[in-house]
Design a protein around this ligand. Structure first.
Ligand SMILES: Nc1nc2c(ncn2[C@@H]2O[C@H](COP(=O)(O)OP(=O)(O)O)[C@@H](OP(=O)(O)OP(=O)(O)O)[C@H]2O)c(=O)[nH]1
Length: 181
């Protein structure tokens, strides 16, 4: 695909995700618009991970649409094709599971995901952990923050060997919080 078509595809994904997440906010006290997160994940991939694979960037922009909005897998297949939709599903939590089951599933599922899905997940974790270092979501105790770091380090363990720049950046964040990797 020509470069201009790649640009157009990326903008189509950003527009789709912005519309889907339009009423959502992050959990930080400033109530940052939710769309900042998927765009930030895509930005980490391009600018820190050196990733320009179109499907990876598309999946990063769309990665929370099925999990957190009324978007369906079938809709993503229709609009962006099966490969991108499948990639999004690889990084989508099953909301039918309890929170504890979901957290455990992420740890166990991580090593079995595709290389492209691992890239999205590494950048997703890096964004969320940096966000947690920056500010504490409303109603989160210091203990909950620390637990999230420890749980994330277990997820990241199953994603290693994928992208050294992202993994080194994650390790720096874990080190800062005193989390062993
Ligand atoms: N750090 C941070 N996270 C926020 C913020 N606003 C929303 N989130 C989301 O909250 C989730 C983590 O909160 P939890 O209480 O552990 O999980 P839950 O929302 O699924 O119940 C992450 O989503 P997730 O899809 O569950 O990601 P992950 O837990 O799979 O990494 C993250 O994207 C914020 O301001 N800061």
């Amino acid at each position: 695909m020509a470069e201009s078509l790649h640009v157009a595809e990326v903008i189509r994904c950003a527009d789709f995700a912005a519309i889907k997440h339009k009423d959502q906010r992050r959990k930080d006290p400033e109530k940052t618009p939710y769309i900042n997160h998927p765009i930030g994940v895509a930005h980490i991939l391009t600018h820190e991970g050196g990733i320009t694979d179109l499907q990876v960037i598309q999946a990063a922009l769309l990665h929370d649409t099925v999990e957190d909005t009324e978007t369906t897998y079938e809709e993503l297949v229709d609009v962006f094709g099966k490969e991108v939709a499948d990639l999004v599903m690889e990084v989508t939590d099953d909301k039918n599971l309890s929170k504890q089951e979901r957290k455990q599933f992420q740890i166990e599922h991580a090593p079995h995901t595709s290389h492209k899905a691992k890239l999205v997940k590494l950048a997703d974790k890096l964004y969320n952990l940096r966000d947690l270092s920056r500010t504490t979501p409303e109603n989160w105790t210091a203990e909950r923050v620390q637990e999230y770091f420890v749980w994330s380090s277990k997820c990241v363990a199953g994603l290693r060997g994928t992208n050294m720049k992202l993994e080194d950046a994650l390790d720096a964040v874990f080190k800062q919080k005193g989390v062993k990797v």
